[in-house]
Design a protein around this ligand. Sequence first.
Ligand SMILES: [Mg+2]
Length: 313
Amino acid sequence: MNPQIGYISLIINPKSGAHSEKTLAKKFITYLERKNFKLQINYTQYLNHAQELAADAAVKYDCAMVIVAGGDGTIREVVHGLEGSDKPLMILPCGTENLLANELGYKFDFKTAVRVFEAEILHPLDLCKGNDKFFTSVGGVGFDGKVVKLVDAQRKGNITHLHYFFPILQSFLQYDFPKFTVEVEDEVVFCDRGLVIFGNISRYALGLPILKNADYGDGLLDVCIYKCQNKPHLLYHSLMTVFKKHLRSKNVIYKQCKKIKIYSDMPIETELDGDPGPALPLEVTIIPQAVKVLIPPKSKPVGMRRRIFRVFE
Ligand SMILES: [Mg+2]
């Protein structure tokens, strides 16, 4: 990119990430300044501030690009704020799970950031909507909704992977597999006990390939419904998913669509991008090609092994 075409808006969440990630943002700012880019640096101060800053940048004729440094929550706000604009978006991943950055094939070091910036490869990114809440990556109803609710209830400051251990264990011990209905494009495809995951990216937390065929820019939502009555069933589905064989099971329904609706007689927890989601009934839709993101050359989603290693780094 030529520094003459406009300034770069940097939206930084100062609260996300560990020290090493903050160094990445700092190093990248120095790199841009050395290249004579004009920068407007904003630090987010409250919820939805990133969205406001992005919406503001979207309409500025002399803003050439937006860079966001933050976790999945901050990135989601920026994508929402930029929706429909033609400003390219670059990500400096600084969160715990970094679902979207991992899907886009980002590595979290300075060298990759420079490579992404210089290659200027743009890819469309769809935005998902669950009732009135936006999300970029993945959501769920049932087991993972319960886990997220427990993690959120004990949340104080930054979340690490360790914060998930006891909520997952507790959810596993207590979960009673309530019955729910799923409609895909207004047609009932499931009415039973189980769990459902939907979204726009092929890799769930820790790289689990649940929505195996998902493409983040194809204008379609992917949905995976596991018929699941009890704990051994859940363990079986989990193992099959780890080995990427879950779509062969007769107890799994996999669809690509534009709209899904999930409802139940029971109150069932939901989650969207790792935050507690709206109460049921939940209608999920997709806004095709909401923004254009920069991706690394030859990008492919980061796999399970690398992500599990990262947890212990
Ligand atoms: Mg898609």
